[in-house]
Structure formats: C-alpha cells, structure tokens
Design a protein around this ligand. Structure first.
Ligand code: GLU
Length: 479
C-alpha cells in the first residue's frame, strides 16, 4: 500500500510551493490507490505558531484533497529519542561534547567540515562517563568514511543520485538540549508511519542522502524518494514571501476567488504536464494522467502579471480557473458563488430558498464571462442588488444623445408586452430602433448599461430576462 506524507512546518503560512508538494503527493498516492498523511513537522517547538498551523490547515482543507491521517511530530518525540539511543548503542552515532559552538563545525582549509576527530573517535567508556557527569553534548550520526564510498539512490524524478561520504558531514540527531533534529524526526516517522514514498522539493536532495544512511543505521529499508522541481518567481529567484509577497500565499488565491479545482489544476502544471499536453484537468483527469516519472527535472516558473499587487497572479492561473468555472456542473458552482456573494455582502437567504431556481439559472448565464468567483460580487453586482454603479464605458453608452429618453419608451413598451422572454425583448428593442430610425446597438448598449452598469456581459436580451420584467423596467426608467 502506497503511503505518502506531507510534512509542513507550522512556522509560516501555507505557500504555493508547499501546496504544490501536497498536490503532487496526493495525486501520486491516490492514483496508486494509496494513502496520504498530513504530518505536521512541529519539532522545532520554539518556532511553531498557532496562526501558521491554522493557515496550513485552512489552506489544505480549502484545496479539497482530503488526507487520511494527521500526525503531529512533536507528539512522537520519545520515539525519536529512542531511535537516537539505538543508534548510539549500535555505534552508528556518537556524542559530540565540543564546547565552542562557534568552532565546532569550523571548516578546515578549504575542505567542508565533516566531523570533530576527537569526538568521533572517543571511546564508548569516556563518552558514557562524560555524559553521566552531566556534560552537554550533541548526538551525531557516524557517516562511514571508507573512500571512495558513498550513498546512491534512484530518485523517482531525478533518476540516479549519488553522493560521496566525503561530502556528507556527521549530521546532528539530537541537539544539546535533547531536541531531535529534523533529520532524526523525519526519518524515524517515515519508518514508523510506514511511508513508502517521500515526495518533496529538490532543496531536500542533500537531506535524502543523510536520511538513507540514518534509516539503514536503524536497520530499516528507506522509502523511495522523489524530488520535485523548485518553483521560481518570474525574476528567476526562488519563490519567497520576502521577494514575491502575497502572491505566494495560498490564502491570496482563495480570497481572490479561485475555485479549489482551478488552483489545484494550476499547481499540478508547475513541474508536470500530461503526455497529451492537455491543460484544463478535473481532479479525476489529473488522477488518470499523473505519473511521478513524468515530473520535470527543470525548475518551474510561477509567472506573475506586471506589478506586485496581491491580485497580480499568473494570468494562466486565472484563465484556468475560468475554464473550470464554466465547465463544472452549475449546481457545484452554487456553493462557491454563495461564498463570494457572502463576502461581498450580497447574499440573501432567498437565493438559497424561494429564488434558488432563478439563482442557478442566472449563474449558468453569468459564468460565461467570469474567471474568478469574486467577480460575481463585483462585475455581477447588479444581478443581486439594486445598488450598483454605472461605470466608464457603460456610463458613456447611457450618455449618448437621446438614449435615456429611448429607454423610457422601451420601458413603456416592455411593460405592455405579453410574454417577457428573450425573443419578445429583442423584437421590442429592434422594433423601437426601427421606429425611431436609430441603430439597435444604441438601445442594446444603453439598456445593458442601465440594467447592469456594465459595458459587457451575457447577451443583452438575456440580461432582461435574468433580471425579470419589474426590475428591468424600473432600471430603464431610473437611468
Ligand atoms: N518540514 C519540512 C519542510 O517543509 C519537511 C520536509 C520533508 O518533506 O521531509 O521542508
């Protein structure tokens, strides 16, 4: 049974890179019929924050790709310490009593620091004696030093990987305060939680050599590893909050009005694409097409628009979201739009009750021009509220010579027609234009402006029927 884990540290908000790692883990495991663990890497107790944990949990829940188990690594600390003790007992680890922390890992001339010889070679008796005398120490892994040996593994993405022992330092397992390091906690939990595949960013490749040594030292077979390409900003530097601001935060995408599936689809294409190069993929389509072996080895670039505003996300992401917004069954879109309308203060309970049918039908039309959920609360405001502004081009269309008077006449006529459907509305508009000797476009654009405040939208005749006769006539007159 395939089991993967996503191990975010609750020391910052959930960012695009972390979410991409989660999505790839999830797609891989689920496409193999396997399980996904959310394993909160809260071992660095001093740096954890509640807010960060909340951001991670909320962000992951929003992606709507459920996990099977949740673990907190800090709760497993006794198991980590036990493993360090086992490694000490088997001689795979040793105590390092070096006092001068600054000098402890000081490099020799040109060569990288590997270990402190006096410590690595200390007899077991002396080591035990100094420890029981209360002298503080760090526990380090004893990396084999036979040359020209090294650690090799076959990465699921990067293929053959090798590092010489001479390039791996005796890394710490327990800090002098007794806290397990990331290397120890991560490897022990991978073993104990029966993780079969570790999928994480390429920045972890150097760690993987250590984790393989550590697990072998514990007598366990290491899992398979797959390292995902790094995400770079448009300036070619690694994505970071400092450089790229809110654009890297998952909550920014949610607040902007992305659908979970639109955002997940976008993330899935950061370092992967299906063989047939399709881009708009439902979760099922992603699952059917995902192969870890097709993940790219080259860095993926997250493109932003021109500026640095939070809304300036990759136009491709926005486009993808629009595709999903139009393709999904409209009933599935309803709760998402409800959320957007609530945020905009436009939700009224009748939209979920007596006017639900109207609401669903309206969405089916309105979505044809929308890319983001938030647009239902901005560009579609006039469909949900009488309090809207007439802007720019729409205002100009209304201001054209004689248009307002024509709309008044149109209102009078529409009040009298029998049925109020698109065909009737169109016939009335064209008939009036002919009677007045003006182009129908003048009336069409003018009514759209009067009815919605917008210069574009669904077919103008449809706009009338979505709003209904009363509202339409009232707005024509009000204009
Ligand atoms: N907390 C680590 C990180 O976010 C986990 C790395 C791993 O997956 O092992 O980088």
């Amino acid at each position: 049974m395939v089991r993967v884990r996503f191990a975010p540290s609750p020391t910052g908000f959930l960012h695009i890179g972390g979410a991409r790692t989660y999505v790839f883990n999830w797609l891989f495991a689920r496409s193999e019929g396997g399980q996904v663990l959310l394993r909160v890497d809260d071992t660095d107790v001093g740096r954890n924050t509640e807010a960060s944990l909340r951001s991670i949990m909320d962000g992951l829940a929003w992606l709507d790709l459920p996990w099977d188990e949740r673990h907190f690594q800090s709760e497993r600390r006794p198991l980590h310490v036990q493993a360090a003790e086992a490694l000490l007992a088997s001689g795979n680890a040793y105590r390092d009593f070096t006092k001068d922390l600054g000098r402890r890992e000081e490099a020799g001339a040109g060569a990288p620091w590997l270990f402190n010889p006096g410590m690595r070679e200390m007899s077991a008796e002396e080591s035990a004696r100094r420890a029981s005398a209360g002298e503080p120490f760090v526990v380090r892994f004893r990396v084999p030093r036979e040359l020209p040996g090294g650690v090799a593994f076959r990465d699921l993405v990067l293929r053959k990987q090798f590092r010489r022992y001479a390039d791996i330092e005796d890394f710490a397992l327990l800090r002098s305060n007794g806290q397990p390091t990331y290397h120890l906690a991560s490897s022990v939990d991978d073993r104990d939680l029966q993780i079969t595949h570790v999928i994480r960013g390429q920045d972890h490749v150097a760690n993987t050599f250590k984790h393989i040594l550590l697990l072998k030292g514990l007598g366990s077979a290491p899992p398979r590893f797959g390292h995902l390409p790094l995400l770079l900003g448009p300036d070619g530097s690694k994505l970071s909050k400092r450089r790229h601001g809110a654009l890297v935060s998952v909550s920014n995408y949610r607040d902007m009005g992305f659908l979970p599936v639109g955002f997940v689809n976008y993330l899935s294409l950061l370092g992967w694409s299906p063989k047939d190069n399709r881009e708009v993929l439902s979760v099922d389509a992603m699952l059917a097409a995902f192969r870890i072996g097709n993940v790219l080895r080259t860095n993926a670039t997250v493109r932003f628009g021109s500026g640095r505003q939070a809304s300036d996300v990759d136009p491709k992401a926005v486009w993808l979201n629009g595709q999903h917004l139009r393709k999904m069954p409209v009933e599935e879109l309803v709760p998402h739009v409800e959320g957007a309308l609530r945020s905009a203060g436009l939700w009224t309970d009748d939209l979920g009750g007596s006017r639900k049918e109207w609401f669903v039908a309206a969405l089916a039309d309105l979505r044809s021009r929308m890319n983001l959920l938030s647009e239902f609360g901005t560009r579609c405001r006039a469909y949900f509220s009488d309090d809207f502004e007439v802007q720019g081009k729409a205002r100009a269309n209304l201001a054209k010579d004689g248009v307002k008077a024509m709309l008044r006449t149109l209102a009078d006529r529409l009040e009298l027609v029998g049925a109020f459907d698109e065909a009737t509305v169109e016939a009335e508009i064209r008939g009036l234009a002919a009677d007045l000797g003006v182009k129908a476009g003048l009336l069409i654009n003018g009514s759209r402006a009067a009815l919605t405040g917008q210069p574009v939208g669904p077919s103008a005749f449809r706009v009338f029927t979505i709003l209904g006769r009363d509202r339409a006539v009232r707005r024509l007159r009000a204009a």
